[in-house]
Design a binder for this molecule. Structure first.
Ligand code: PEP
Ligand code: MN
Length: 348
């Protein structure tokens, strides 16, 4: 249920509404507008009539939230959510570019990649240290050693780091290092993990599951939002279809559909959605043209030697070319790629 307060409502009237919501066993989430405020009452809903809320002092209108996802819906929060990530914003006019290798492999590999992607125009560095691999015998990631290398890359380049978390058991360790937690496609419905991340106040990059519907993605985001963490970025990363010419099928539709349904920022991963370096730039351009708020792209200094996802990884020169094209598309869309940070050290 959404309770919209009248313009010039008083703090006491808002408090009265909040208390009434709590008295029904529901949790109030307040969104403040310029003159008004919206109280979203979420939880197990058994209220037969909205009348008692409609007649409360300071209340303008009361509606049921028609979507199964509540806090993520535009009904609750009509404006885009825009939030800062160390040096840039996401969800507003700026387009954010996150780039880096699939896996952190060595100190020199991540440092070289970090400097190269920053110079090419990236705003944040990605790199996996706990890898969800199909085979238990494939490289599983460097763990804490990889986090230390990423922290050094952040120190040298000033870029925040985006790292995948696979289990809540990794949370305590990762909290010390990570700026943005990535939840991978395979963990989109790891509800214990989502709840644990909802308790943090770190930005979460939530990827769509391999066979998940848009509604299921939004329901997963809801687990994080319900914990009070409002900084959730959604990521389209391709879905499984009957097509085998590409690793996955980029659901470009998902971008405008999500932007319509939710206020949360939406980004595209053209690397996993195509699975091939030759298609990444084209799909990155398409994503920005479709209204994505950013991109997450795999880049490796020597893709043929990458321990994971080499086939879909761009060399830094190709990534730089992609960024130029994306900047041009962004401009047509009345937006701009977020400016890169100045390097913190020049010692590299
Ligand atoms: C990744 O980003 O390297 C990754 C494993 O992505 P996804 O979860 O989308 O497959
Ligand atoms: Mn990968």
């Amino acid at each position: 249920m959404i309770i919209v307060m009248k313009a010039h409502y008083t703090p006491q009237q808002l408090e009265g509404v909040v208390n009434a919501v709590k008295a029904h066993g529901l949790t109030p989430h307040i969104t403040y507008g310029v003159e008004t405020a919206i109280v979203a009452a979420v939880g197990e809903f058994h209220i037969a009539s909205l009348d008692p809320f409609e007649v409360m002092d300071g209340v303008d209108s009361v509606k049921r939230i028609s979507q199964p996802f509540k806090l993520g819906s535009r009904q609750v929060h009509p404006e885009n959510s825009v939030f800062p990530i160390d040096g840039f914003t996401i969800g507003g006019d700026e387009i954010a570019i996150i780039a880096g290798p699939c896996s952190v492999e060595s100190k020199s590999q991540i440092l070289e990649t970090a400097h190269a992607v920053r110079e090419a125009g990236a705003n944040a560095l990605r790199g996996g240290v706990f890898k969800p691999r199909t085979s238990p015998y494939a490289f599983q990631g460097l763990g804490e050693e990889g986090l230390e290398y990423l922290a050094e890359a952040r120190e040298q380049t000033g870029m925040p780091i985006v790292v995948e978390i696979m289990s809540q058991t990794q949370l305590e360790l990762m909290l010390k290092y990570v700026d943005v937690f990535q939840v991978g496609a395979r963990n989109m419905q790891n509800f214990n993990l989502l709840r644990a991340l909802g308790e943090t106040r770190k930005t979460i990059l939530l990827k769509r599951g391999l066979s998940a519907t848009i509604e299921e993605l939004l329901m997963s985001a809801e687990y994080i939002l319900a914990g009070g963490n409002k900084q959730v970025i959604l990521c389209e990363r391709g879905i499984r279809t009957f097509e085998t010419a590409t690793r996955n099928t980029t659901d470009i539709n998902a971008i405008p559909v999500l932007k319509n349904l939710t206020h949360l920022p939406v980004i595209l991963d053209p690397s996993h959605s195509t699975g091939h370096a030759d298609y990444v730039a084209a799909i990155a351009r398409a994503g920005i043209a479709a209204g994505a708020d950013g991109l997450i792209v795999e880049v490796h200094p020597e893709p043929t030697k990458a321990v994971s996802d080499g086939k879909q990884s761009l060399k830094p020169e190709r990534f730089a070319e992609m960024v130029k094209q994306v900047k041009a598309i962004a401009e047509i869309m009345g937006r701009r790629v977020a400016p890169v940070k100045k390097p913190v050290t020049t010692g590299w």
